[in-house]
Design a protein around this ligand. Structure first.
Ligand code: SAH
Ligand code: SF4
Length: 425
């Protein structure tokens, strides 16, 4: 599926769209039976209270349920031994423990796993696990929406028309299903855990679904549950300025900004939300970010587009823009997709650009092809699956599919030069 807004080659001014797409109105995710998975402590206490648990037992029962869901991986209340049978039955009438289903799974030779997950209503989203070589740890890249209402010109997810917000349960559920697949239960941080970091860099704009994302990350952080510390969570936004401060105060996680351009003229064309929240406002929000310090720097993501944003002047403007902000710059090789109008900058240009940033005192790792490709290509697996579904209705992609695929098969692009490791936090 190719978005007409990005189908025409080049960046001609006549392709600018009249209005900037905004958050979703009237397309809220279904909230049918309450899902225990996305509940924070107070939400869970309220659900338990409704199920008749006396106030004096709320803490105990809440801890038991959190332990079963987030430490032991329970998918049903029936296995929650220690919880009174009557309570299990009562709670089971109004609550579930949700899990998306793995519709497809792609396994890379380097251990990277890309999941296409089917949600309760049949919607598909992507989640990617990126292991750190030789460390046994790894980063899980979560989606926050099905598709994305924004139409950034270089992003495949932005070409997908069917969009809805994920619920907090669906966001947390991506992590639980990946832990099922990785056998990552009964582990605590520092004790052989495989998912140690979380990045909100999958499908969707997290700050167009801020409430659910905050709820989900509060669940992920809870030390009685999944217990991933706030500094090991990174949220990436295209620049929804009014919501940025909440990320600092309500999640306290690391912030990544999809900058990608150093002038409003170019950013307006690449990232439509810039027309609403231009660079000056975005960078002010970064300067005001509640958690900002040298220990907790903002990550500026910069996708390298050949001949578009990769000149020495761009590098110098970038340095001037972020002047005074404790920051690092992540250079992302552009990941082409069918119908994309851009190419990735040449390796020499990429290196030269990185050198200029480095000399100004900023760390500027180039994302590894594996991590970068999969993150950047978010949306491609879903589109491919929707196309297959249309082509062969009788094909059965329902059962998890795994196989040893080469990197380029997974990412749909060539491998580029060897570069430093994925640098998340
Ligand atoms: N919507 C959020 C988070 C998801 S996108 C955001 O835009 O920040 C995660 C990152 O991948 C963003 O920096 C995005 O700009 C980048 N990206 C998207 N498409 C890409 C592509 N084809 N190649 C490289 N990076 C891409
Ligand atoms: Fe949406 Fe981010 Fe892709 Fe832009 S880059 S279309 S905000 S997912």
């Amino acid at each position: 599926m190719v978005n007409p807004d990005v189908a025409s080659p080049g960046l001609s001014a006549d392709t600018t769209v009249a209005s900037v797409p905004g958050p979703l109105a009237g397309t809220r995710a279904p909230e049918p039976v309450a899902d225990l998975t996305g509940m924070r402590r107070n939400d869970l206490a309220a659900a338990l209270s409704r199920a008749g648990v006396p106030k004096s037992e709320l803490d105990l029962r809440g801890t038991q349920i959190r332990t079963w869901i987030y430490r032991k991986g329970a998918t049903s209340l029936n296995c929650a031994i220690g919880l009174p049978k009557a309570l299990r039955a009562r709670l089971g009438e109004s609550c579930t423990i949700g899990r998306p289903e793995i519709a497809r799974r792609q396994l890379s030779v380097d251990g990277t796993r890309k999941y296409l997950l089917r949600l309760g209503d049949g919607s598909l989203v992507e989640t990617v696990y990126i292991p750190e070589p030789d460390r046994g740890t790894g980063t899980l890249c979560l989606s926050s929406q099905v598709g994305c209402t924004l139409t950034c010109r270089f992003c495949h997810t932005g070409t997908q028309r069917l969009v809805r917000n994920l619920t907090a349960a669906e966001i947390v559920g991506q992590l639980l299903v990946a832990r099922d697949d990785l056998g990552d239960w009964n582990t605590l941080p520092g004790t052989g855990r495989r998912i140690t970091n979380v990045v909100l860099m999958g499908m969707g704009e997290p700050l167009f679904n801020t409430d659910a994302v905050i709820r989900a990350m509060q669940v992920v952080r809870d030390h009685e549950g999944i217990a991933i510390s706030r500094r090991k969570i990174t949220l990436s936004t295209s620049g929804v300025v009014p919501e940025i401060a909440r990320v600092g105060t309500e999640i306290g996680c690391m912030l990544a900004i999809s900058l990608h351009a150093t002038t409003d003229a170019l950013r307006d064309r690449l990232i439509p939300i810039n027309r609403k929240y231009p660079l000056a406002e975005l960078l002010q929000a970064c300067r005001d970010y509640p958690r900002l310090s040298n220990a907790e720097r903002i990550i500026f993501e910069y996708v390298m587009l050949k001949g578009v944003n990769d000149s020495d002047d761009d590098a110098r403007r970038l340095i001037a823009l972020i002047d005074g902000i404790p920051a690092k710059v992540n250079l992302i090789p552009f990941n082409p997709w069918p119908g994309a109008e851009f190419e990735c900058s040449d390796p020499d240009r990429l290196r030269r650009f990185g050198d200029i940033i480095n000399r100004a005192g900023y760390s500027s790792p180039v994302r590894t092809p594996r991590g970068a490709d999969i993150l950047a290509a978010c949306g491609q697996l879903r589109s491919d699956s929707l196309r297959r579904g249309r082509r062969t209705l009788r094909e059965s992609p329902d059962s998890p599919m795994s196989g040893s695929l080469s990197r380029s098969e997974i990412h749909g692009r060539r491998d580029t030069s060897a570069v430093p490791t994925l640098n998340r936090s």
